[in-house]
Write a new protein. Structure first.
Length: 104
């Protein structure tokens, strides 16, 4: 499986790549959203979370991970409760992947 998926953001690691997208595509403060994830080559998604590094806190909710096979995952239960820069953190295949999203 390729991590070059339409509308997904790709993060390269040393041994694996991870691609993700939010559903809906536009995340809004205080509204629940889902993150779809693909790992390449296929690897278990051990954790998924987000924090605000500048504020030194995370989310008020803990997302749950559901695998759908072949390195694909659906992570539910995300809510960003305030505007600013949020940093996604994923762990898959023994590697940590991070990426940022800014909410206005």
């Amino acid at each position: 499986m390729s991590c070059e998926l339409p509308d997904f953001r790709r993060i390269a690691g040393a041994k694996h790549s991870l691609a993700y997208r939010t559903v809906p595509a536009t995340v809004r403060v205080g509204e629940a959203f889902v993150v779809e994830v693909a790992t390449c080559p296929s690897a278990p998604l051990a954790s998924a979370n987000a924090s605000m590094p500048e504020h030194r806190h995370g989310m008020n909710y803990k997302p749950s991970i559901r695998g759908s096979g072949d390195g694909r995952f659906r992570v539910e239960g995300w809510v960003f409760h305030m505007p600013g820069r949020w940093e996604f953190a994923f762990e898959a295949g023994g590697e940590r992947f991070t990426d940022s999203l800014r909410l206005e």
